[in-house]
Design a protein around this ligand. Structure first.
Ligand SMILES: NC(=O)c1ccc[n+]([C@@H]2O[C@H](COP(=O)([O-])OP(=O)(O)OC[C@H]3O[C@@H](n4cnc5c(N)ncnc54)[C@H](OP(=O)(O)O)[C@@H]3O)[C@@H](O)[C@H]2O)c1
Length: 272
């Protein structure tokens, strides 16, 4: 298999960290990303110490300007990537609102991967890939909440809406690309994997986190996952139809328009 340059967002912990270890061990060049510089450095040293090729990037993905700066750093400092794994996700948070007035779940789980992908899209090779990490938790998207105009009080509801919004955005862009350029797909890595997020939110796990890391590895590299707009369901271990809203082009378009309107309001162009 050709060796690839792979950025995994949120690879300082959880399934992102485990996937980074697997991919670096297999010889791929891994760009480790996280929000905590010390954790990023620790992971990079660990991967390099084990003989892997790795470099680090630090960015808080709850802030759109920082997401845009991350994309610039990927290209200017690291010469680009072949595979983007948009893995960062937030469920529980002590402070659900960003300084821009967005729910952190929408900012981190939806808007950040969409912006990062759009900013890197023209740099990705035709045989590249974008893996958007979703969840079995999906609820119809309240566009006003996505836009930061209405609060969602329930953490699960905010998380599930942010994940469906990501799948809808992915399907819209995959359809727009029409098979040209990199493959974009969504994956649910499996539910209740033993990670920090699940410990904090549920206090119990159903499967080892390594299971989700394997799903990410396959999604990033396996030719069987080169299916534009497809959704892989880690719970059943199969590709599965997405939530009906993700099959409705008009609904998907409204999600895309809302994300772009938020970014325009914040003065962050989706493309450079
Ligand atoms: N675990 C599951 O059962 C499960 C099920 C379905 C879907 N998922 C999805 O899988 C993905 C990974 O989940 P996980 O369970 O591995 O989560 P996790 O253990 O909490 O790890 C999340 C990673 O994202 C980073 N991160 C969080 N907020 C960030 C921010 N604002 N900016 C930059 N980095 C940030 C974390 O950094 P720190 O190291 O600094 O915290 C960490 O590296 C998420 O998208 C999640 O929704 C997980």
């Amino acid at each position: 298999m050709a060796l690839r340059r792979i950025l995994i967002t949120g690879s300082t912990d959880g399934i992102g960290l485990l996937a980074a270890r697997r991919l670096a061990t297999a010889g791929h060049r891994v760009l480790v990303h996280g929000r905590d510089p010390a954790k990023v450095e620790r992971v990079v040293r660990e991967l390099q110490g084990a003989g892997g090729q790795a470099a680090g990037l630090v960015a808080d993905l709850s802030r759109p300007p920082t997401v845009a700066a991350l994309a610039t750093a990927v290209v200017e400092k690291h010469g680009g990537i072949d595979v983007l794994v948009n893995n960062v996700g937030v469920f529980l948070t002590p402070d659900p609102l960003t300084p821009e007035g967005l729910d952190v779940r929408f900012a981190v789980n939806t808007i950040a991967p969409c912006l990062l992908t759009r900013r890197l899209l023209s740099q990705l090779p035709a045989d590249g890939r974008v893996v958007n990490v979703a969840s079995a938790a999906q609820r119809p998207v309240d566009l006003r909440a996505l836009a930061g105009e209405r609060r969602i009080a329930d953490d699960f509801e905010a998380y599930a809406q942010s994940k469906l919004a990501l799948v809808m955005w992915t399907n819209h862009l995959a359809a727009a690309l029409g098979g040209r350029g990199p493959v974009l797909l969504s994956v649910n890595p499996g539910s209740l994997l033993a990670t920090k997020m699940v410990r904090e939110a549920f206090g119990r796990a159903r499967r080892p986190a390594e299971y989700g890391a394997q799903v990410l590895e396959h999604a990033a590299l396996d030719p069987a996952f080169a299916r534009p707009g497809a959704c892989f369901d880690g719970d059943s271990g199969r590709f599965a139809p997405p939530h009906p809203d993700a099959l409705d082009p008009a609904k998907c378009e409204r999600v895309v328009e809302t994300i772009e309107a938020v970014l325009a309001r914040l003065g962050v162009p989706v493309e450079t």
